[in-house]
Write a protein that binds this ligand. Sequence first.
Ligand SMILES: [Zn+2]
Length: 134
Amino acid sequence: MSEALRPRPPINADNRFYFDALDAGTVCAQCCDACGEFRHPPVPMCPRCHSLEWSPREMPGEGELVSFVVMHHPVRPPFEDGYIVALVEFPEGPRMVMNLEGIAEDDVKIGMTLRVAAEAVDDELTLPVARPIT
Ligand SMILES: [Zn+2]
């Protein structure tokens, strides 16, 4: 029997840079070339100034936990009971949803600083993953 894989993200012209950056080992967000506003998830137009010009910018390796949920039931492979889904805010402003690993559910605290890195979850998919700073 084959192993269950993570759902594949829909990759398109707007978000390809994000997944290419993850494959290269970095976590990037869009930054508006006209006004400097960061945004995520990727969209074609700046929500602040409506410019269509943007550049990818690498996010720092740390962010703040803004919110989280813990998956308990129903459990569906490849996810396991206790899988933590975190909303992480980078100092530049963009927020990203990612897995929080390496910490017990009861120890998770809103506002904690997390280390964020691009990690391969299987042979074909790399995603951002947050871990507590130890
Ligand atoms: Zn802008």
